[in-house]
Design a protein around this ligand. Structure first.
Ligand SMILES: Cc1cc2nc3c(=O)[nH]c(=O)nc-3n(C[C@H](O)[C@H](O)[C@H](O)COP(=O)(O)O)c2cc1C
Length: 421
């Protein structure tokens, strides 16, 4: 992967010193790096630092003598562009399509077939501001890849999401973005648990954190695949350059899956979400009346919940896509004997038409929540035995990258109901 031409753009964040570390690492890995810095960025670091690290002068002013048309030349020269750190101001300016400075002109003039990566760094309130959120969504829609900021204590002393990702994460994301497009797959990952409303404020849900799906999405996206993570609103986010959408209820997850698969095409779907088996049909109060779903049950009420089975989503996924894809389903058992587990997995293969089933058993989970898991094929053979989540994410990344004979929609799926994850 060494030896690419990289343009690194610095903007006016206190994290600019970490951007210098990123540039240093990229140079050490054999890349040719040129830097552009906004006037604000040059208040945090000096041009001599960047010139010393890269061996090339830093550009900042589109109209500086000798710099005319440099924005065109630089974008043609670069195999990839990295904005690191990226301020809220610059993200909003990109999203508005402003070209009245060198950085804005570079963004507008760049060849959109080449990767444009952004590593935001800002105060948590700036990152969670709707203006920034809307800009990020817009830029993602235009193919800009985000190296998500981390959570923790930011330089301004506040804690939350907004801290620049670690240099090794950023370098990894740049290098995976440079990976051969021929090997890049489009993958949809679901994660986290659905929540079914009981009344206007209460839900029936499960204990899924979405950690497994998030880690799979992280590994896939860092490996250069184009990943959409459809996760529960309260689930763990991915830490890689992937697009995220959220759901709360079963109905929202179903609608999201239908929409994304219809818009596809996806090469693989990894359905790790913990989907509710049942939704609340009626809440019958002690006096025999039914509670309005938008109401709030009085505390101390002893209601009877009438549940209705949800249809099994994993069985319908192929039917919602116009193109075939590799399907990975999940089966969680609890204290199952080998034969019982094999039967449960076999049933899941039969009704879902999955290419792979990831099986793990609740009884084998460690105290820290990690667990061993097997990736099984429909003939019962083990494609990979994984000792923990990270190994599972790596193995799935490897399998998704392999050429496959993907299946299309299956005939006559059975409709028996079981917990997917
Ligand atoms: C000490 C200091 C630290 C700052 N850190 C950040 C930051 O981390 N992220 C950010 O979005 N803005 C930050 N700002 C605000 C930006 O520097 C300001 O919005 C500036 O106009 C950005 O310009 P640029 O995007 O053209 O570089 C900081 C400002 C100061 C004075």
């Amino acid at each position: 992967m060494s030896g690419s031409n990289l343009l690194v753009i610095f903007t006016g964040s206190i994290a600019a010193y970490k951007g210098c570390e990123v540039v240093s690492r990229l140079v050490q890995r054999g890349h040719r790096v040129r830097c552009v810095a906004t006037p604000s960025a040059l208040k945090f670091i000096g041009p001599a630092t960047l010139e010393g690290l890269t061996g090339s002068p830093v550009l900042s002013d589109a109209f500086a003598p000798g710099s005319a048309l440099e924005h065109i030349a630089l974008t043609r020269w670069a195999d990839a562009v990295l904005v690191c750190p990226a301020t809220a101001n610059t993200l909003n300016r990109f999203a508005a399509g402003l070209g009245d400075d060198l950085v804005g002109a570079l963004f507008l003039a760049h060849d959109r077939a080449k990767p444009w990566l952004v590593a935001p760094a800002m105060n948590p309130a700036m990152w969670s501001h709707p203006a920034t959120g809307a800009a990020v969504e817009r830029l993602r829609g235009w193919g800009v890849r985000f190296i998500n900021p981390a959570s923790g204590r930011t330089a301004c002393g506040e804690t939350g999401e907004g801290r620049l990702a670690e240099p090794e994460t950023i370098v990894g994301a740049v290098e995976t973005a440079l990976a051969s497009p021929a090997k890049r797959r489009r993958v949809l990952v679901t994660a986290g648990g659905t929540a079914e409303p009981v009344d206007g404020v209460r839900v029936l849900t499960n204990t899924s954190t979405g950690a497994t799906g998030a880690l799979i999405a992280t590994h896939l996206s860092r490996a250069g695949h184009d990943v959409v993570l459809l996760r529960a609103q309260n689930a763990i986010a991915a830490d890689g350059p992937c697009r995220e959408e959220t759901f709360v209820t079963f109905a929202q997850l179903e609608a999201g899956l239908r929409r994304l698969l219809a818009a596809g095409p996806f090469d693989a779907v990894i359905h790790a979400a913990a989907v509710s088996d049942y939704r609340v049909d009626t809440v019958v109060l002690a006096d025999g009346t039914a509670l309005a779903t938008s109401g709030k049950m009085a505390s101390g009420e002893a209601p009877v919940l009438k549940l209705r089975a949800n249809p099994r989503l994993v069985d319908q996924l192929r039917g919602w896509s116009r193109t075939p894809f590799t399907l990975v389903a999940f089966k969680l058992t609890h204290g199952a004997e080998t034969g019982q587990a094999a039967d449960a997995v076999k049933k899941l293969f039969a009704h879902s038409g999955a290419d792979y089933v990831v099986h793990n058993d609740l009884a084998a989970r460690h105290a820290d929540g990690s667990f061993p898991a097997d990736i099984l094929q429909s003939d019962g053979s083990v494609a990979a035995h994984c000792t923990n989540r990270s190994a599972l994410a790596d193995e799935l990344t490897r399998l998704v990258g392999e050429p496959t004979n993907r299946k299309s929609r299956i005939e006559n799926p059975q409709s028996s109901h079981a917990l997917d994850p």
